[in-house]
Design a protein around this ligand. Structure first.
Ligand SMILES: Cc1ncc(COP(=O)(O)O)c(C=O)c1O
Length: 405
């Protein structure tokens, strides 16, 4: 078994050791969870941990250090946190610090005060859709990124993109007769969640020889395969920029994928958590939401086919504070942006949080700070008297961390 969930592995091991335990038996655990594979947390990582212990015990090995690249965990590899995010968070966690002279820039203090006014306390449950002010900041970020309006009402905050993806798939997959088209190679969140929910996986293969591109013929093949297995494809997962493949799809490809999904009645789950990580001469990142906005604009300009497709298209995109230059995996903040042709009230009434849970404020508020982070050009003359340092936007080390390194 490759990398099933850590909890499932531990419970299975405990159950195997303790046959007298009546509730937790290896064969009484949910078999779907045991079946789900999460290779990035599997045998390779276990081996790395063993080798780390060997190194710590002084065992001679032909290397001195293990660099874990099995999962995108930037700060574990030395990426520095953004001080704007961390300083704001520190004030939210302990508002008494506002009365002290910490030398924080004025915009950090201003932002912290705005969030403190918006939430009773970071220790309180937030709205299940997430703090409205944060969603407003996220919507402004998306509007500026795409050049089309975005609404806070379409934004859902979750504790990590994984939580948003799982919540959405839980809403979608009703059983084995529901299929999800998933790229291969892929980040295993999608295959593992489909397995756990007893859905049908419909893999489509990326073309390595075309920079890991997506071909419409391959999407059609996967769609038809699902049908042949007796399942109806309900969603199409697009990971762009790709993980582990690293490609950024050209705008034309994104538009073609959107048109295919709309014509087949598939919800597009656009995993865009790596949107800041586009390297080399790869095409500039294009969001699926932007592609949908362009399609709508064409329809409004009189293109009847575009209008028809736009009326059928459904896109939910995911972004996360775990990746990019914020890289705050430990804080697990994320956004889901729902763009559907359905009346807004319909999807709003079905929260992405099916159980009475809400995103943690400590994860959501940094999401807001990052989404509407200060820009260099806006910062001139904004420092407080005692903080002449030009900016907290730099990735300078937070003091305690620089001591640790
Ligand atoms: C493609 C992709 N999507 C989603 C995630 C999960 O992100 P989060 O930490 O926000 O749950 C990852 C994590 O590595 C990822 O690589």
């Amino acid at each position: 078994m490759l990398g099933r969930s850590l909890l499932a592995t531990s419970l299975a091991a405990a159950a195997a050791q303790n046959a007298s335990c009546s509730t937790v038996q290896a064969d009484s655990l949910n078999p779907l969870v045991l079946k789900a594979e999460y290779a990035v947390l599997g045998r390779l990582l276990d081996r790395a941990k063993e080798l780390e212990e060997d190194l710590a015990a002084g065992k001679p090995l032909p290397f001195k250090r293990i660099v874990k690249c099995n999962i995108g965990n930037p700060q574990a590899l030395g990426q520095k946190p953004l001080t704007f995010v961390r300083q704001t968070l520190s004030l939210l966690m302990n508002p008494a610090l506002l009365d002290m002279d910490l030398g924080y820039p004025a915009d950090v203090i201003e932002r912290a005060k705005a969030y403190i006014a918006a939430v009773p306390s970071v220790g309180a449950y937030s709205d299940s859709q997430g703090v409205k002010l944060v969603r407003t900041h996220v919507a402004s970020f998306i509007a500026a990124r795409d050049g089309f309006p975005a609404s806070a009402d379409d934004i859902y905050l979750t504790d990590g993109a994984s939580a948003g993806v799982k919540a959405l798939m839980t809403l979608l997959i009703r059983g084995a007769h529901d299929a999800v088209l998933v790229p291969v190679p892929q980040y295993p969140l999608y295959s593992a969640t489909t397995t756990i929910l007893n859905g049908t996986l419909a893999p489509y293969y990326l073309d390595e020889s075309a920079s890991w591109g997506v071909h419409l013929d391959e999407l059609k093949r996967a769609h038809a395969d699902a049908k042949a297995k007796g399942a109806t494809a309900r969603a199409l997962v697009v990971i762009n920029p790709g993980n582990p493949t690293g490609q950024s799809l050209p705008q034309a490809a994104i538009e073609a994928i959107l048109a295919f999904a709309a014509s087949e009645g598939l919800l597009v789950m656009a995993d865009e958590v790596y949107q800041e990580n586009v390297y080399g001469d790869a095409p500039k990142f294009t969001s699926l939401k932007k592609a949908l906005a362009r399609l709508r604009a064409k329809g409004e300009a009189g293109d009847a086919d575009a209008a028809d497709l736009a009326s059928k298209a459904q896109v939910i995109s995911f972004h996360s504070t775990s990746k990019g230059f914020i890289g705050e995996c430990g804080l697990r903040g994320a956004i889901s942006n729902c763009k559907t042709s359905r009346p807004r009230s319909e999807h709003r009434s079905r929260s992405l949080h099916p159980s009475p849970s809400a995103p943690t404020s400590s994860a959501s508020l940094p999401q807001g700070s990052w989404s509407s982070r200060p820009r260099w050009e806006n910062r001139r003359g904004r420092s407080t008297r005692r903080s002449a340092r030009p900016s907290s936007i730099r990735c300078s080390r937070v003091r305690s961390e620089s001591r640790r390194r």
